[in-house]
Design a protein around this ligand. Sequence first.
Ligand SMILES: NC(=O)c1ccc[n+]([C@@H]2O[C@H](COP(=O)([O-])OP(=O)(O)OC[C@H]3O[C@@H](n4cnc5c(N)ncnc54)[C@H](OP(=O)(O)O)[C@@H]3O)[C@@H](O)[C@H]2O)c1
Length: 254
Amino acid sequence: MNISQNTILITGGSSGIGLALAQRFLEDNNKVIIVGRNEEKLKKAQQKHPHLHTSVCDVGEEADRTALFEWVKKEFPDVNVLINNAGIQQRANLHQAADHWADYRKEISINVDGPIHLSMLFAPYFAHKEKSGIINVSSGLAFTPGVWVPVYSASKAAIHSFTISLRLQLAETGTEVIEVLPPAVNTDLGGAGQHTFGADLNEFADSVYNRIKQGDLEIGFGASEKRLRASRDELEEGTKKAWENFLRNNPDFL
Ligand SMILES: NC(=O)c1ccc[n+]([C@@H]2O[C@H](COP(=O)([O-])OP(=O)(O)OC[C@H]3O[C@@H](n4cnc5c(N)ncnc54)[C@H](OP(=O)(O)O)[C@@H]3O)[C@@H](O)[C@H]2O)c1
């Protein structure tokens, strides 16, 4: 993927990882459109980066996704890169989760339906272009489920799997399919303060951006990079240790 002169749609570009990537793409002479649910957050991002284009969209809603596709094609026909970054994360005590099914259904709609459906909408449009890209943001938890966020972890494993199929099916087109697998990064994911222990956002975004430039297709960082090459035993061990650690810090969780 060329790193400049693209027209890039970033879902969930109003904060965190999406906004950090938006900023870097803007600096390299790309047109960038960000979407999110909260109009105020989008406006704030635009005040900071006046060249950003914005639109309100809930990627968890099928009608919003279709409307977004039609709007982007009409307003930005040169669009050639889709970054499926929007996501939410919820803790779930599976002994009681059924009482909150609507919330978990929504998590699946946003984290799974959103990127899969948007990829299906944009891939045929991109196929006619000389160069294009679809970048899916999954998670290191695709490999070692965060047991306290089981629906989220499953959603990210689904996106990892889907991205492999997408890459192979589009192999003969000009569309490069990239997966970004963040480790814990210090953003507001899951609510303010939940990820302060994570990697520095700018260090993470700089690394991801440089690796997109280099042409890497599976991009982790720190702990998640290691997981990409870990054995099944190492992954199982890591999952159990993280769960034990979580329970030590959250003894009332179950
Ligand atoms: N931070 C981490 O530790 C970490 C680790 C692994 C993977 N990730 C992944 O990285 C991606 C970005 O997360 P982040 O850490 O940057 O979190 P964040 O700061 O909370 O940003 C999430 C972004 O997604 C948007 N969003 C959420 N639901 C949406 C929806 N239904 N439709 C459209 N936009 C929506 C949010 O805006 P609105 O709220 O206004 O909609 C916001 O712009 C997510 O896919 C996340 O799973 C993050």
